[in-house]
Each structure stands twice: as C-alpha cells, then as structure tokens.
Design a protein around this ligand. Structure first.
Ligand code: C5P
Length: 404
C-alpha cells in the first residue's frame, strides 16, 4: 500500500527536541527532501545545543524556527501558519519531557504550541534512556496520546547514548520515513470510512473464586491488529477486549471486559450500531458453575470443579444477524477446514478465518499468522505466512467485498 511518491509536494513539519539522537534528524530531513517534501523544522532550545540549526536550515532550504518570539521571516513561519500548513507533523527525536508536555496540554515553546494548534496527523518518535521510557508516567502519557490519535514510532532496543542497554534508541530513519509514508497513505485512502465495526480480542477470564479463574491462551494480537488496521482505513471501530498486555490503539474506542457474559452484553448493547462483527476473541467455552465468595482453601487433596457451558456469542448473533456481517475465527489443531465449514452453517456466519495453531508462525503470542478463509459457499482460500497486520488487511478486504 505504501508509495514513496506520496511525499512529493507534501508539507512536513519536523520538531526536533533535546535528545542526543537529534543529529539523526539531519538525515531524516535530507531523505524527506529527496522524496520531494517541503520540510519546516522547529527546534526546541535544548536541541540547538546538540545540533546546529544551520545544518537543518541548509538541508531543508527553509528557515529553522526555534523561539516563540523569533522575528517573523518572509516565509510565514509563525506557529499558526506552520500548524495549519502541515500535511503531517513529526517529532523526532521526542524526549520524555516533550511527550509529557503534549500529553498534558502544556504549550510553553514554539514546538509544543505549534503541535497543539495543528490538525494534521502527529507522529512521535521517542528517544530516551530505557528507564525514562519504561517509567509509568511516560507510558501513561504515550497511551493517552495514542488514545487521542497520535501515532508513535516505537524506539529500538540497543546500547543507548547513556551506555545502558535497553529500549529507547530512536527508531531507524527508515522506520520513521515508513511511518510518515504510511500515515499519509492512510489519510488519503480511507476505504472503510462509514463502516461500523465491532472487533473482539483476547481471552475471557471466568472466575472460580476472588483470586482464581479459567481462561484460554490468547495474546489478543490478531484482534488488535484488525481494530488498528480498520481504524486506519477509516472505519469506526469498537474494540471489546478481554485482559491482554497490549497497549491501547490510538483513536479506537475500547471496552475492557473479563467474562464471556460481559463480552456478550457489550456486543448486544452495540449490535444495532454495527455493520459487521469480527469475533477474534478466544472466548472460554465453559465457566465454573458457582463462583466462591472467598478464596477456596487448599484443605482437600481433590476438589471437583463443575463447569457449565458459556453462551456461544457468535451463535446468538447468528440468530439475530439480519444483514450484518459476522466473522468467526477457528483456532483448531485438527480437521481445520471441515470444522470451519460446519461452524459457518451452524452459527450462520459470513466467513471463518481458520488458523492451525500448531503451525510455526500461526500460533499464540507471535506477530505472524497463516490463515485460510472459508466463505459461506464453503470455498477455501489459503494465504501464506504474513504479519498479523497484513492478515488483518486481507480479512478487511474480504469484508469489503461482501458489503459491495
Ligand atoms: O466453536 P468455536 O468456539 O471453535 O468457535 C470459535 C469462534 O466462536 C471464535 O470466533 C470465537 O470468538 C467465537 N466464540 C463465541 N462464543 C463462545 C466461544 C467462541 O462467540 N462462547
């Protein structure tokens, strides 16, 4: 989907902050220029101590703005004009300090003032010491910004400027460039706009007592990839998620649930709104019949735990489906295709995404998947190993085909 030409003629505003990695911004400016972008650089006071504004001025062929009260030059560089002219706003490298300021509405220099005034997509590439990056405050700020639609290019892991090994190195210039290209591409091609989509993800947890539960193995990665790609392609996405360790997705409304019953309730509450439901969650088929009020004591050698069937969410939705699209997942370990075919009929689905969780690259926790898609007619399409993001796009393309 990405196309380097997309940068041609685009206005990129690049904010540089006071991280040692500031010198890498020179390379980024030069690469952006070569791809035809017009680049306006804004530097924080601290960053000017690490790289000379003249370098960036020469590479960008534009005046480099540093202070709020710089004399306005003939290029119209006051902050409001830069904010509104930007097609994309990039902050690379971004320190914990500037991320914290933006996340908390502080606009006390030219960069933070301009970024607050822009309506362009904002891409932030953090670079800092590993402990600063992992600090809960930084993580909370990042998650908050993500939930408002700010995009992040994850820092790399390696030896940091402070000599420590860990996560916090500015991402490769190639990755930052790809992030910019992808963002501009998405902004231009919102092919799913108007679609209302519910995605479920992760496992459910069915309590035994206040401290114990039964659950399924599921990282939630496939469901989150679907929610993220659908959102990037313009759909309105409601993500209903069981407990996972994944970060919130920028701009996607997320409802966190624990049990199958809670998941069912949230879907039913929002079913009328939805055009399609993708059940990527690994819902527990059984739950303990009784939930003990107190932690069960380990006095007995053997205890009997009676389990009762949970409602089959998809089957219930299949009964009230109307013209909505229902997609199920089948994570089988044997007779994959046959089981998937049967499930489509039984649950009244539009398609099943099947993956053999015993195959390398298709299991839990990994970032890749090997999927087959089975449609209502029983036709099977097999896809090669791909990233979960790519698999998400394939599934979304198929939904789009059904809706046409
Ligand atoms: O029949 P099976 O559980 O293998 O079907 C898997 C599909 O059904 C998945 O899409 C899963 O999210 C969904 N499911 C459900 N309610 C359940 C169990 C599974 O909707 N109680």
């Amino acid at each position: 989907m990405s196309d380097m030409n997309i940068l041609n003629g685009k206005n990129v505003v690049l904010g540089i902050t006071g991280s040692i990695a500031a010198y890498k911004a020179a390379d980024l400016v030069s690469r952006l220029k070569k791809l035809g972008a017009n680049v306006n650089v804004i530097m924080t006071e601290n960053s000017t101590r690490l790289i000379n504004p003249i370098t960036l001025q020469t590479l960008s062929s534009n005046y480099v703005a540093t202070g709020m009260f710089d004399e306005v030059k003939s290029w119209e560089i006051e902050h409001i004009s830069l904010a509104s002219r930007a097609d994309v706003f990039v902050i690379a490298p971004a320190t914990a300090n500037v991320i914290g300021k933006i996340a908390n509405g502080i606009a006390d220099d030219l960069l933070t003032t301009t970024v607050m005034a822009t309506k362009a997509p904002v891409i932030i590439a953090p670079a800092m010491n590993v402990n600063m990056f992992e600090n809960k405050i930084t993580q909370e700020n990042i998650n908050k910004l993500k939930s408002f639609g700010y995009r992040f290019i994850e820092p790399a892991t390696g030896v940091l400027a402070c000599g420590v090994y860990g996560k916090g190195k500015l991402a490769d210039v190639d990755d930052i460039l790809n992030g910019i290209i992808e963002t501009l591409t998405v902004v231009q091609t919102k092919d799913l706009s108007g679609m209302h989509l519910i995605v479920t993800a992760g496992p459910t947890q069915e309590p035994i007592d206040p401290v114990r539960y039964i659950t399924n193995r599921s990282s939630g990665k496939m469901g989150y990839a679907l929610a993220e790609r659908a959102h990037m392609r313009g759909a309105d996405v409601l993500l209903i998620s069981g407990p996972t360790s994944l970060n919130a997705i920028s701009g996607v409304e997320t409802m966190n649930i624990k049990t199958c019953d809670e998941m069912l309730q949230r879907i039913i509450d929002n079913f009328e709104w939805a055009d399609a439901v993708i059940m990527a969650a690994a819902v527990a088929d059984y739950r303990p019949e009784f939930v003990a009020d107190q932690k069960i004591k380990k006095d007995d050698e053997i205890i009997n735990l009676r389990l009762v069937r949970n409602p089959d969410i998809l089957e219930k939705l299949g009964q009230i489906k109307g013209n909505k699209i229902l997609i199920g997942f089948a994570a089988e370990t044997e007779d994959l295709d046959d089981n998937a075919r049967k499930k489509i009929i039984k649950k009244n689905l539009d398609m099943i995404v099947a993956n053999d969780v015993t195959k390398e690259g298709a299991g839990f926790e990994v970032d890749t998947n090997i999927i087959s898609i089975i449609d209502r007619e029983g036709k099977i399409t097999r896809y090669p190993l791909m990233s979960k993001m790519q698999a998400a796009d394939v599934i979304l393309d198929r939904i789009q085909d059904i809706m046409k």
